[in-house]
Design a protein around this ligand. Structure first.
Ligand SMILES: [Zn+2]
Length: 64
């Protein structure tokens, strides 16, 4: 009698860093706008724009 150990599996771990969305830097108008655009794009399923916004958000330290 062997029981499957499915219940002990950890939550889904995403191997790709791409799935981790950058947070907007506080007090940065550019980041705030990008986060807003990203939010709207996600709602309509515009993943190209979502990913573009993430790229720009990551670029914050170097300027937008
Ligand atoms: Zn910024």
């Amino acid at each position: 009698m062997s029981e499957p150990t499915r219940y002990s599996t950890p939550p889904i771990e995403l191997p790709l860093d791409l799935e981790r969305e950058p947070d907007p830097a506080e007090g940065c108008a550019g980041c705030t706008e990008l986060a807003a655009v990203r939010g709207r794009a996600r709602v309509v399923g515009d993943w190209t724009t979502v990913s573009d916004c993430n790229v720009y958000l990551r670029r914050h330290p170097g300027g937008h």
